[in-house]
Structures are given as structure tokens and as C-alpha cells.
Design a protein around this ligand. Structure first.
Ligand code: NAD
Length: 488
């Protein structure tokens, strides 16, 4: 399909956004930007190093100590709201850019733009409502607890939802009064560079939002080691360990939003008509490249065959193709990710697990694109790699359980604990499951992969720690200062 080339895919210079302008990488190096739908390069980004990161941190510090720090909370809120509106006005531009850069079907990219705008709307309204406390203490004393920004916050962002994760992480940090330095993933920078530029256009002081592009092992690690006051990392568990160790040298607090292996529990009394679309969407959305994907299907034995048959039928109807064809799934982000997912599937087939159904790749999908068909694999043992590790592709691993205790055992059988879904009409069982499942979010008779800006989000165990989204995130982007007055 001949798609209009989004203006900013071409216009965005291969440069960082620092101090309110585009600045080339000091070393002059660039990295190609590849379109996952056809594997062809179509733009370039700057390859940042520690010097570039230091200069972005200095720009953020100057904004924090200067114009942004002196901006009243209500005015900060107006800027966030203005950015939200500006994103909404350019929704199609952002959607096409994100679709091209990440290989997302347009409908997914449009949803991401709407979520990004919503984060700035939500956090814009929160800027002047972040109250401290008074604390009763000894007679003759008055105690205040002020919520203060950390100062300069670092944000390391993955490639799967650049717009959304920028919105939730940077939106929350700005609302709490911080100035930000963002390191997007090397595979998905374009929408974030444009967002930072747009923030300046709607009146954020120069240096409030800075973006340094480049590789994780160069620019990313430099940010984690840099003179920042807080680090919000979203990405894989392995990289989370590296950045948390790096930040610990300067005792910088870190929020880790890591991976997941979300279970969907279907009990014998479940409303399958309601559950089915949610089960399919939770793993097909963004071609399964979602931390909160529902990637494990646990079904009570009495309804196992029926459920697999119906989910299988839905999988067989799924179509994969280039982003602009707007089918059920786009390509994966890069060749290595496609090969990794294919490796999981080859291993499952070799082990003899049952492949119930596969989708199809559109006949006219470009040969160079990174396509993987959605695949439903059944009768998977709980300790199989495909049942325990994050595949990060459109692969659903199914297994049967006997009773509630068995369901909980299987649900909690991975080191992750991010999001879970429970499908049952029994109210008491809903409550018991929500209590027993180890996860940061549990959805009952619905599933929200990535949804709900109001809903605190984060993990336990290998899924990380700290919460983003909702008002709860603001606590993480602030620190409490206790001030004790003796008045006699
Ligand atoms: P990744 O860890 O490879 O990369 C994430 C970011 O870290 C990128 O910006 C990358 O450049 C940077 N990075 C890589 N190596 C680094 C290093 N040594 N030092 C500093 N920074 C480094 O993850 P990914 O492959 O981009 O993203 C997929 C992962 O992200 C999955 O595990 C997914 O579950 C997770 N994720 C989690 C959430 C959440 O909110 N919990 C949301 C989206 C994605």
C-alpha cells in the first residue's frame, strides 16, 4: 500500500533535542531508522554519548533552577493541558509517524496518540493538587511535610509504546515539577523528538524536556550514571538490573517498569462470549509486544477444549501486514525480535506442544518486513520456556487447571508479576483470586493491556517496582521534606 510519508519522518533532523533546540550528536555519528514493515531505512537519529547526555542534564538543571522551577503549579498545569491539546490536533501526524517508525497498525498508533494526549490532560489537572501534610507533634511545635520534586529526572523508554510511555512517565514527572531528560529506544525515537519539540512550541521553557537519542549501552547507561535525581526505567528485566546498579552508585532512586507474563484465568462459570475478544486482543495488541500482554491462557479443565477451539478459530482469522494496511497485527520491531519469537515457536514445536491455530501474513506484505503470525500453542507445561519467559510476540501459551488452588499455583509460576485477568461469575472467587495472584494489577471479567491512565501500574518481582500512572505516580516523582518549627 502506498502510504503518505508523514512530514516529520522526513523533517526530523538526526539530532538530539536539548535546551529547546535540535543539537547534533557531538561525535557527529548517526544511526539509521528502519521501517519494520519493509526493513528499509527511511531516516536517521543522532548517536548520543556521555557528553551529549551531560549537556542534556545541564539544560534540564538550568530549567529546573530557572524558568520551569519558578513557574506556578497552575501555570505548569496549563502547559501540560496545552501540550495535550496540541497532540490531539496533530493526532494523524503522530499516528502515521508512530506507525511507520514502530510498525504498528494505524488503529493501534491512533490509540497510542489518544493515550499520550490523555496523560498530559490527566497530569495537567494534577499539577496544582499535589498537597503536602501537617503532622501533629509535641506541643510547641508545628510540622509540615512538603512534597518536592526530585529535580532532574531521567527517563529511559522502550520501543513498544514510545508515545504512551513518554506521556505516562514524562507527564507525571513534569506535573510533580521536575525537568526531564529522555533516552528513547534506538528503534523508536521519532515521535518522542517531535513531542519534545511540540512541548517548546506550546510554551514549556527551554530545557524542561530534553531528548538524547542513541544506543542503550552508550547514551542509556550514561543517563543512568549521570547527575540526575531520579530515574524512571521502562524496559527489559535484564537492562533494569544494569541501570539500577548504575544509578545506585549515586544513590539515585529508580522506578523499574519491566516485563510481564500475564495470565488469563478462565473458570468453568466464565462468560466466554465476553472473555474471548479480550483474550485474543490482550496478546495480539501491538503484535504481542506489550509488557502487560495476556500471554498465558489458563483454563479450567472442564472448559479447556471448548475455549481452545473458540480462541483457535479467532487466531486462524487474524491477519498480519504492514502498518499502513491496518490489519490485526503489524510486523515486530526488528529482525532480531522476529528471530527471537520464531526461536520460541520452533522450540515449542520441537518439544511436541500442540499448535492449535496460526494467523496468516497478507500476500502483499513486503518481503523485507519483520512478520510473525499469531500462534496459539496448547498443552504447554508450566515450566516450559514459552510458559515462563517473556516472548514479546503474538504467541499465546495455553494450559489446563483443575481447581482454584491449581489456578493460583500456575498464575504465580513465573518470576513476573505485572498484570493478570480472571474470568468467573462467582463474586467470592473473584475476590479470592484478586487476593491470591501476585501482580501489580488484576482485572476481573475484563483485561486492560496498557489501558487506563488513572490506574496505578507497575509490577512485583521480575516485573519491577514503583508505580507509574494515576495519582500514585506523582508520589514517586516527588520526595517528602519534613519541616519542624518550634514556636513555643
Ligand atoms: P530494553 O531493556 O532492551 O531497552 C529499553 C531501553 O533501555 C531502551 O531505551 C534501550 O536503549 C535502553 N538500554 C538498553 N541497554 C541499556 C543499558 N545497558 N544501559 C542503559 N540503557 C539501556 O527493552 P526493550 O527491548 O526496548 O523493551 C522491551 C521490554 O520492555 C520488555 O521486557 C517489556 O516487557 C518491557 N516493557 C515494560 C513496560 C512496563 O511498563 N512494565 C512497558 C513497556 C515495555
Amino acid at each position: 500500500m502506498n502510504a503518505p510519508l508523514p512530514a516529520h519522518a522526513v523533517r526530523t533532523p538526526a539530532a538530539h533535542w536539548i535546551g529547546g533546540r535540535f543539537v547534533s550528536a557531538r561525535g557527529g555519528a548517526t544511526l539509521p531508522v528502519v521501517d519494520p514493515s519493509d526493513g528499509a531505512p527511511f531516516a536517521a537519529i543522532g548517536r548520543g554519548d556521555a557528553d551529549d547526555v551531560a549537556s542534556a542534564i545541564a539544560a534540564a538543571r538550568a530549567a529546573y533552577d530557572g524558568a520551569w522551577g519558578r513557574t506556578a503549579p497552575a501555570d505548569k498545569g496549563r502547559r501540560l493541558a496545552a501540550l495535550s491539546r496540541a497532540i490531539g490536533e496533530r493526532a494523524e501526524e503522530f499516528a502515521w509517524l508512530e506507525a511507520r517508525d514502530c510498525g504498528k497498525p494505524l488503529k493501534q498508533a491512533r490509540a497510542d496518540v489518544a493515550a499520550c494526549a490523555r496523560y498530559f490532560e490527566f497530569y495537567g489537572g494534577a499539577c496544582d493538587k499535589l498537597h503536602g501534610e501537617t503532622i501533629p507533634y509535641t506541643p510547641g511545635y508545628g510540622v509540615l511535610a512538603w512534597r518536592e520534586p526530585h529535580g532532574v529526572t531521567g527517563h529511559i523508554i522502550p520501543w513498544n509504546y514510545p508515545l504512551q510511555i513518554f506521556g505516562r512517565s514524562v507527564g507525571g514527572a513534569l506535573a510533580a515539577g521536575n525537568a526531564c531528560v529522555v533516552k528513547p529506544a534506538e528503534d523508536a525515537c521519532l515521535s518522542i523528538l517531535r513531542l519534545a519539540e511540540l512541548a517548546s512550541e506550546v510554551g514549556f521553557p527551554a530545557g524542561t524536556v530534553n531528548v538524547v537519542t542513541g544506543l542503550g549501552a552508550e547514551a542509556g547507561i550514561a543517563l543512568a550514571r549521570g547527575e540526575i535525581d531520579h530515574l524512571s526505567f521502562t524496559g527489559s528485566a535484564a537492562t533494569g538490573t544494569i541501570v539500577a546498579q548504575a544509578a545506585a552508585v549515586r544513590h539515585v532512586p529508580v522506578t523499574l517498569e519491566l516485563g510481564g507474563k500475564g495470565p488469563q484465568l478462565v473458570f468453568d462459570d466464565a462468560d466466554l462470549d465476553a472473555a474471548l475478544p479480550a483474550i485474543v486482543n490482550a496478546i495480539v495488541q501491538n503484535a504481542g509486544q506489550t509488557c502487560s500482554a495476556g500471554s498465558r491462557l489458563l483454563v479450567q479443565r472442564s472448559r479447556y477444549d471448548e475455549t481452545l477451539e473458540r480462541v483457535g478459530r479467532a487466531f486462524a482469522a487474524l491477519r498480519v501486514g504492514p502498518a499502513f494496511a491496518d490489519l490485526d497485527c503489524g510486523p515486530l520491531i526488528r529482525a532480531s525480535q522476529r528471530d527471537r519469537v520464531a526461536g520460541f515457536l520452533d522450540e515449542a514445536v520441537a518439544a511436541g506442544y500442540r499448535v492449535v491455530a496460526r494467523g496468516t501474513i497478507a500476500a502483499d506484505a513486503p518481503a523485507g518486513g519483520y512478520y510473525v503470525v499469531p500462534t496459539l500453542v496448547a498443552d504447554v507445561p508450566a515450566d516450559a520456556r514459552i510458559a515462563c519467559d517473556e516472548v514479546f510476540g503474538p504467541v499465546l501459551a495455553a494450559m489446563a487447571f483443575d481447581d482454584e488452588a491449581d489456578a493460583v499455583r500456575l498464575a504465580n509460576a513465573t518470576p513476573y508479576g505485572l498484570v493478570a485477568g480472571v474470568w468467573t461469575r462467582d463474586g467470592a472467587r473473584q475476590f479470592r483470586m484478586a487476593r491470591a495472584i501476585r501482580a501489580g494489577q488484576v482485572f476481573v471479567n475484563n483485561y486492560g493491556a496498557g489501558g487506563g491512565v488513572e490506574l496505578p501500574f507497575g509490577g512485583v518481582g521480575r516485573s519491577g517496582h514503583g508505580r507509574e500512572k494515576g495519582l500514585e505516580a506523582l508520589l514517586g516523582f516527588t520526595q517528602l521534606k519534613t519541616v519542624v518549627f518550634r514556636h513555643g
